[in-house]
Write a protein that binds this ligand. Sequence first.
Ligand code: SF4
Length: 290
Amino acid sequence: MKVTLSKYAGFCDGVERAYEIVKEIAKKPDIKRPIFILGSLVHNEDVVESIEKMGIGKIDFDGKVEEITKKIDKKIGTLVITAHGIGPKIFEIARKKGVDIVDTTCPKVIKVQRLAQAFFGRNHQVIIIGEEKHKEVQGIHRWARRKSFIVSSKEDIMGLELDISRPITVISQTTQNRDWVEEMAEAISKKYPQAEIIDTVCSTTRDRQSEAKELARSNDLVLVIGSPASSNSNRLWEISKDINRKTYFIERLEDIKEEWLGNCEKIGITAGASSPRWVIREVVEYLKKV
Ligand code: SF4
């Protein structure tokens, strides 16, 4: 079987950086223990398990700060913030309770958080294009004092009632489908021509999505490796499926079904930003032998 692996498959720079930081602090005796990560470092069970084996715990967290406040207490030595980022309140709570913070927020996400904060501070109405419940979006929303407007559909845009005498700034979740973000931005511009659109889709996400289109066009079948909980993996699947209906979503090697491979000579493989190298390698090696 001819297998083409996306050159962008697997951990993006932000996730790789977060994972390296966690591995590093796990070895350092001067880091206050116990260490806990706020939520999953990445949406991948194997990676989460490998982190647990380093002696680092996890606090379940879906972005709702109100529910987590009580869980941050003196029993925690160090709290790790994931690459998705978080609102400012958690830093404040941790400081008050004497909990150390290791912040692995991706620098590209920090940039979007700062844009939200700065424009809100200048009395702009900030619109975020993205999934309302996503951790990254919730974090960005909180940097705009929870007063931004999160839109996930054209209906949401129709329902916006903004003050047209005040400036409007539009940003987006970094891992969204670029074409969709452009469509949404266009709809916002139609309704509010004064809106300033800032392109905040991450360049890694953009490259990965462009390549997924190419793989879908040039292969009989495409496999997208990722977690169902991973936003960027789901976007890759949607993008590829639109072009090649033989696009399948898998989390690991065991999910591949033999019947998919009949009459198939060329397979394209891509993977979300939270898919570890070892899972991708296993899949590629297996398919090369089919
Ligand atoms: S997808 Fe982009 S913005 Fe998100 S963590 Fe990775 S590098 Fe950072």
